[in-house]
Design a protein around this ligand. Structure first.
Ligand code: PLP
Length: 436
């Protein structure tokens, strides 16, 4: 395939790869892959929503007025539609409010910090509060913790969820661990979906802190590439079955279903958690934006409407991800120690490189005009100690550009690997013989 006028075909040796990269630098592309944004085509799927809610009625005939203050929990019809799909709870156990699930996560952590979780002392009373963070993970989760002075404890992510041996050990032994971030479906950035066994172990494990809470970010609950039966997300059910219904706080939004920044966000949990949350909201607002909620309700209609809409998103995402998978499979066969995730949904591919190469690849790609998420972003404190992990976000680019971007990334990986190998060779050649 042509890249900036120069093909990567047949480039194997270091000098060939350097020449290829020089040519790319002279004619850089302008691709931004720093964050998982929906493409213009995806957003166009929701353009019709912009002319909603349309004309009256502005109430549901049961005494609720959608054009006035009130309705703190959000309109019941939208909760009934989205809470089971996005959070796995009934309408009564969810609140719809605001446009951002991250804002709700930040507010919930802040509430636990200031007043404590139901029946428990505020976290601010403790000498130290810690959160388990599956790594590679989501930098904005880390930021919410850092903002509250909460220490981050990394645990490795596997293909079906976090390493549960380590999670169970930490949570059982360390009462300073009060929370854990979880993205159970198509996690950011690994794309992993937690197995039923991982959900069960999270729900049943012994916790040294009595208020240990799973902060469950269901950002990609129904964001599959290929059509799936919309199954109810399972972490709340697992916790309730284990007799720990208060262990989990659930979050979701329509940011990646309709219009990012103009969606609706949801928080859910047990009845006790909901009482706690709604009582605290009285000090914050007289009610949420119900007009946007009605807009969403009329746009989706029902669960079948949500499924149809998400199928179209999945198709558009699949086209871009397939290009990256194809190019990586073609170009990155040779270097050992290079592998990548093959998600079935969500917004990211994780690319693993030989130790010490990730930052170099980001820099080489940037010189060629492909902006990647900075290396280290996926790790607590912004530092990947092995400098191996990159988050690739193909969603926003047009399909042809996604292929071209992947080709440039692959070329930069080959160049960084060849560079590293040549440095290793030089060092070996010049190193004094330690074992004569
Ligand atoms: N959670 C995860 C895991 C995400 O990847 C993202 C966006 O990329 C968000 C939350 C953002 O959600 P919201 O727009 O509802 O704040």
């Amino acid at each position: 395939m042509e890249v900036a006028g120069l093909s990567l075909d047949g480039c194997h040796r270091l000098d060939e790869l350097r020449a290829w990269h020089d040519a790319c630098r002279k004619a850089p592309v302008a691709f931004d892959m720093t964050r998982g944004l929906p493409s213009d085509e995806q957003i166009a799927l929701s353009h019709a929503m912009l002319s909603l809610p349309g004309p009256a009625p502005f109430d549901s005939g049961d005494g609720q007025d959608w054009l006035n203050y009130g309705g703190q929990q959000g309109i019941p019809q939208l909760r009934a539609l989205l809470a089971p799909l996005l959070l796995g709870v009934p309408a009564t156990q969810a609140a719809v409010g605001g446009n951002s699930s991250l804002a709700l996560m930040h507010a919930a952590v802040g509430l636990a910090w200031r007043i404590g979780l139901p029946g428990h002392a505020p976290w601010s009373d403790a000498h130290e509060v810690r959160f388990l963070c599956p790594v590679p993970g989501y930098d904005r989760h880390f930021a919410i913790c850092s903002d509250h002075g909460i220490a981050l404890v990394p645990v490795p992510m596997g293909h079906d969820g976090p390493d549960m041996e380590r999670v169970e050990k930490h949570v059982a032994q360390d009462p300073r661990i009060r929370g854990m971030w979880c993205v159970p479906r198509h996690s950011n950035p690994c794309g992993a979906t937690y197995s039923a066994e991982v959900l069960r172990r999270l729900a049943t494990m012994h916790a040294a802190a009595p208020d240990f809470t799973l902060f469950c970010d269901n950002a990609y609950a129904i964001h599959d590439f290929a059509p799936q039966a919309l199954a109810r997300p399972g972490l709340y059910d697992a916790c309730a079955t284990a007799g720990n219904p208060d262990r989990v706080l659930l979050f979701g939004s329509t940011s990646k279903m309709t219009i990012p920044g103009a969606g609706v966000a949801l928080l859910g949990g047990s009845a006790r958690i909901m009482d706690w949350w709604l009582a605290a909201q009285r000090a914050c607002t007289i009610g949420p934006d119900k007009v946007n909620q009605v807009r969403h309700l009329r746009f989706f209609g029902n669960a079948a409407g949500v499924a149809r809409h998400m199928q179209q998103h999945g198709h558009l995402l699949q086209q871009r991800f397939a290009q990256v998978q194809r190019v990586f499979a073609q170009r990155l066969r040779t270097p050992c120690d290079v592998h990548w995730s093959r998600p079935a949904g969500g917004y990211f591919i994780t690319l693993w490189l030989p130790t010490g190469c990730a930052r170099r690849v980001v820099s080489l790609a940037s010189q060629a005009g492909v902006r990647l998420t900075p290396a280290g972003t996926t790790h607590c404190g912004g530092t990947d100690p092995e400098d191996r992990c990159l988050r690739i976000a193909p969603s926003r680019l047009p399909v042809a550009d996604a292929a071209r971007a992947a080709e440039i990334i692959a070329g930069c990986v080959l160049l960084a690997c060849a560079d590293a190998a040549s440095v290793a060779c030089d060092t070996t050649a010049t190193a004094p013989d330690a074992h004569p």
